[in-house]
Design a protein around this ligand. Sequence first.
Ligand SMILES: *Cc1c(COP(=O)(O)O)cnc(C)c1O
Length: 396
Amino acid sequence: MKRIYLDHSATTPVDPEVATLMMTYYTEKYGNPSSVHSFGREAKQALEQARSQVAELIGATPSEVTFTSGGTEADNLAILGTAEALRKKGKHIITSCIEHHAVLETCEYLEKNGFDLTIIPVDEVGILSVEDVRKAIRPDTILISVMHANNEVGSIQPIAEIGKLAREHGITFHVDAVQSLGKIPINVQEMNIDLLTVSSHKIYGPKGVGALYIRKGVRVMPLVHGGGQEKKRRSGTENTPGIIGFGKACELAGQRMAEDAEHQEKLRDKLMNGILGSIDYVKVNGPLGENRLPNNVNVSIQYVEGESLLLSLDMLGIAASSGSACTSGSLDPSHVLLAMGLIHEIAHGSLRFSLGRQNTEEEIDYVLEQLPKIVERLRMMSPLYDQVLRQQKQAQ
Ligand SMILES: *Cc1c(COP(=O)(O)O)cnc(C)c1O
């Protein structure tokens, strides 16, 4: 059976060029970057090149990039590390209700440990208001953490405006940019960002690698202590092959950004319009216009369960997701969709397709051919839908 992968917001395949490069650093150039001999030096040199490649993609200088084990660790380092560094200055933290669990749960952990937390709401398309952030600021606010683009509905937040606000008030500003990296431009200078989380496996790099950008002069306490690697910000022998792969993935993403975005936007609009045109009782979740990631489609299909849709699609080789990857498997509806005001039943019938470089028009055609049939079959088993049909008949 041919398989169609439409879950690139969960993870991406490793680019072959990236994988080939990494292999060298497993089998030939395997030195420890801290060693002084030639093996160590060649690993160190490649590590520093990767640091420059990551820095280049976000408008930073290489010394401001700290490698971590991924986006989750970078989010934890940003939030816990700021709280630890600034706890004498204040105990108030601001975040948004649509953050990734790596941010939300870390903030909630701090709240249980004596910090105050303000969670900013979003509007019906999943975008927060800068005015709400302004109103939430207190004299003891030490951190604002808002994601650049949402992983479920693809909404893009007004990061530059929030950055300006944070800077005016001398508050550390953290941005989770895992979903936006390589898809839309990011510039930590222009956007006044102090801490920026990025991850490799969402941009065609290997899993288990990420980085935190830490603006020069911004204080963050380390979470991991030991050998003092990464300027003492993250001890432990570096995942050299992974980091080098991440660097290469950043370079490729930078080169391909415009082309990738154009290709995926085209497929996105085709898929979204196709679904709207062929299935009744469907709602698009997230922004319709320009404030949406080029690769995200999220729809709620009424009178069906998202999980049943996923399973039926999977049987045809089509990989999508419902809610977020982390909550699939649990029956709790997505916190993001609920925050946007969707009622439970509608949030339950939601489906996310996230497109990637290798997807084709033919694949989208295939989904558009199969999905309406699946929906029709599942709805035939739904007592609620049966009621709707009967009401329609009566009204005629
Ligand atoms: C995937 C993701 C993360 C977690 O990154 P990992 O590298 O998988 O730990 C954090 N934030 C967002 C928005 C994500 O999409």
